[in-house]
Design a protein around this ligand. Structure first.
Ligand code: S3P
Length: 180
């Protein structure tokens, strides 16, 4: 087990814009540290019984954000787990407060040009029928103050395995014992 007591937190969470690699990196860290993994987008879809695209289209962004806040807060109260948070969840002040209190948050920072390239075929609701790069710049400008408040900031302009290695070194997770 990871030594969360030493970290002074209940869990580890990943924040950042869509396409920044949160899901894949969280999955790899969870596997390595033998921790439970939560992906909040997946939990929202499970609870709603609809895809995120359908929720946005049928009920609108406000409805999605309310559902997201409820689910994200619930997960952020869990112990000993790794959480991949939807990119916009930090827009909620309540979510930001719980992250600060309970979570060792890791911001995966990615160059906007790389992001817009990675997301060129994405069907994410905020990116459809819009200039993706301009939208990503707008979202980044709106959110950067929250993302940069994270416990750790990691540049993720490289492949997932290199990023995982960097995080492990920073957290000093011993791969054999899984202690920090
Ligand atoms: C969103 C990010 C998405 C998803 C929804 C809205 C956002 O999650 O929650 O499309 O506002 O940035 P990912 O960051 O996991 O792609």
């Amino acid at each position: 087990m990871l030594n969360f007591e030493k970290l002074g937190k209940k869990n580890i969470s990943f924040v950042g814009l869509m396409g920044s690699g949160k899901s894949i990196v969280a999955k790899k860290i969870a596997r390595l540290a033998k921790l439970k993994l939560y992906d909040t987008d997946k939990l929202i879809e499970k609870e709603a019984g609809h895809s995120i695209e359908d929720i946005f289209r049928e009920k609108g962004e406000n409805h999605f954000r309310k559902l997201e806040e409820k689910i994200v807060i619930n997960v952020l109260n869990q112990d000993n787990c790794v959480i991949s948070l939807g990119g916009g969840s930090i827009l909620s002040k309540n979510v930001r407060k719980i992250i600060e209190k309970n979570s060792f948050s890791i911001y995966l920072k990615v160059d906007i040009n790389i992001l817009s390239d990675r997301l060129k075929n994405s069907r994410r609701p905020l990116l459809v029928n819009t200039n993706k790069k301009e939208k990503l710049i707008e979202l980044f400008n709106q959110r950067k103050k929250y993302y940069s408040n994270s416990s750790l900031i990691i540049e993720n302009n490289k492949n997932a395995n290199q990023v995982v290695e960097e995080i492990i070194n920073k957290l000093k997770i011993d791969e054999k014992t899984n202690y920090i």
